[in-house]
Design a protein around this ligand. Structure first.
Ligand code: ARG
Length: 564
């Protein structure tokens, strides 16, 4: 039983029967100051049914209540204040964490239900933007979090691998490119052709006709056109893969937009059968004015399908293939209108499961308050960002721990981890500023700080070697320095479930900072390794902290080096 359950049970024995346990649980507060106990229960809600003043009620409840498991229970004004029995409580928690290890905090609210997560989804032949980076790391973390809650995530990279831009690309390549050049630096050179195409097409509109013709060939299954497309796709993917490898992200599916080429006719047919398809200036649309949205453009005048047409096919395919309980799309806030339309059309088609679709939106990364340039070079930027972060990490490691063995690997873990952590510690909808120096600091609210704290805990444990904690029967810690840390450790399962409910990795990141800070305070104020009766309990606390810090970092997709 966790401490909240204990309080709910204790209270439910003394409050009137018409107050349900869930209601009690919702009312319980955590006082700001420890003078007011670990938890407090406000009695105002009982005043009406008991015809008594709240302070009286609080006083009477305290007189009646069973104090087992508590150091004391008192009342201050209208509140009942609970002070947990520190010894007993810490003993319970430490035993639990050391027994369950990496399973600590596992829950089964997901009951194995499938949850496709549409994430990363960069566009072929273009650089991966910082937005795609955000989608990748947020999606990856959500996958880990919900997996701990018992769901089965399916990570889908919905690549932008089809569309008129490929016609332009082929024209550009044929006119100005060469195989050797593309092989040498695929994304940058493909982008170069694409940019040049746009520039020259301003003067020579016939280029656009050529591009349309090539794309038409692709759609008609022309061998040459498709061979080029396949080649571009493969080269781009292997470039993207380098970034994914560094970030430690894997996908279950790379079904991109092209995958739905043969699946859209059926969708359009259904839309038509339901009487939803309307003609508007030669194009086919679904009118969404009743939902206060602009129309969904399903097919253009020339018969070409659109982004949303593919997403309709993809949503239905995912429902049929995975029978999902929820379907997530980790995509920037600028596409929120698109996802509203997607859901609206599905709903009108009669698919009630459209309510299970969630757009997990996120804000922009800025530098010095400015939006990052969307023009070329962003892939360089992303790789540069990682490289620079790793260099900075290496510098600090050289200073702090020059004798460290696998310095390069640790620097990679710390540098890349710092970038990921910085992205995830902000609430995902917020825009945030990116300043490398700040991101890679070993002190302050950073990933390296959490990693460093874990490494410090592990180094204490290395000094004492193996300890059989499980057989230590009493691991009670009653010193006030340890208390804050113990309570945080106990909160972990609740934190994971809150992060999962809100699809918000920042909840985990902020928690890990708090736990690291609390542990460092403990470390500064107590002599952990002193040989006395409390030694085992203190070591158990150190060990538990490292277990929970590592798990938190892991849920964010950040590695936890043992030494740094
Ligand atoms: N490729 C798109 C872009 O870069 C993102 C795709 C998001 N996923 C989706 N199913 N629409 O903007």
């Amino acid at each position: 039983m966790n401490s909240k359950e204990l309080i709910v049970n204790t209270l439910s024995n003394v409050v009137p029967d018409d107050i349900a346990k869930e209601q009690i649980e919702k009312l319980i507060e955590k006082p700001k100051s420890s003078d007011l106990g670990d938890y407090a229960f406000p009695t105002f809600i009982l005043a009406k049914s008991l015809h008594k003043a709240p302070n009286m009620i609080a006083k009477d409840l305290v007189a009646e209540i069973n104090q087992d498991g508590f150091e004391k229970i008192v009342n201050t004004g209208a509140y009942v204040n609970f002070f947990l029995d520190k010894g007993e409580f810490s003993n319970d928690i430490l035993h639990t964490v050391l027994k369950e290890q990496a399973d600590y905090g596992d829950q089964n609210q997901g009951k194995g239900g499938n949850v496709p997560i549409d994430m990363s989804s960069p566009n072929i032949a273009k650089p991966m933007s910082m937005g795609h980076l955000r989608s990748t790391v947020i999606g990856n973390s959500i996958a880990k979090i919900i997996s701990k809650l018992g769901y089965s995530p399916i990570k889908i990279n919905h690549l932008g691998d089809w569309g008129t831009q490929f016609g332009k690309l082929i024209v550009g390549y044929k006119k100005w490119g060469s195989e050797a050049e593309v092989e040498e630096d695929p994304i940058n050179n493909l982008l170069k052709y694409y940019v040049r195409f746009h520039k020259e097409a301003e003067e020579k509109p016939e280029l656009d006709d050529e591009a349309r013709a090539w794309f038409k060939k692709m759609e008609d299954g022309d061998k040459d056109a498709l061979a080029l497309w396949t080649w571009f796709r493969k080269l781009s993917l292997s470039e993207f893969q380098k970034v994914y490898d560094r970030l430690g992200v894997e996908f279950d599916s790379y079904n991109g937009e092209a995958f739905y080429n043969d699946k859209m006719d059926d969708v359009i047919k259904t839309i038509q059968e339901k009487g939803l398809l309307e003609e508007s200036r030669g194009a086919e649309i679904v009118d969404l004015s009743a939902q206060d949205l602009s129309p969904a453009l399903i097919r253009k005048t020339d018969g070409a399908t659109l982004y949303i047409t593919r997403d309709l096919a993809a949503a239905i395919y995912r429902k049929n293939t995975y029978n999902f309980v929820k379907s997530l799309y980790v995509v920037g806030s600028e596409q929120s209108e698109h996802f509203k339309k997607l859901k609206a059309v599905l709903k009108m088609m009669g698919y009630d499961w459209s309510d299970d679709i969630h757009h997990i939106e996120f804000g922009l990364i800025t530098t010095n308050g400015k939006k990052l340039s969307t023009r070329k070079g962003r892939v360089i930027l992303l790789e540069n960002v990682l490289n620079d972060a790793v260099d900075l990490a290496k510098k600090q490691i050289e200073e702090k721990n020059p004798g460290l063995e696998n310095k390069d690997q640790v620097a990679e873990d710390v540098g890349v981890g710092a970038v990921i952590f910085h992205d995830l510690k902000n609430e995902r909808r917020d825009n945030f500023d990116f300043n490398l120096e700040e991101v890679v600091r070993f002190e302050g609210e950073t990933g390296p700080y959490v990693q460093y704290t874990n490494a410090r805990a592990l180094s204490i444990l290395r000094k004492v070697g193996d300890v059989d904690y499980a057989s230590a029967d009493s691991m009670s810690l009653s010193d006030p320095e340890a208390w804050d840390t113990i309570k945080l450790i106990q909160e972990f399962p609740e934190i994971v479930s809150r992060a999962g409910e809100k699809y918000e990795p920042s909840v985990i990141a902020k928690y890990s900072l708090k736990l690291a800070k609390s542990f460092n305070q403990y470390y500064a104020h107590s002599k952990i390794l002193t040989e006395d009766d409390g030694l085992n309990a203190r070591l158990a606390l150190v060990k538990s902290v490292s277990i929970v810090l590592q798990m938190s970092l892991n849920l964010l997709g950040v590695n936890a080096p043992e030494e740094m």
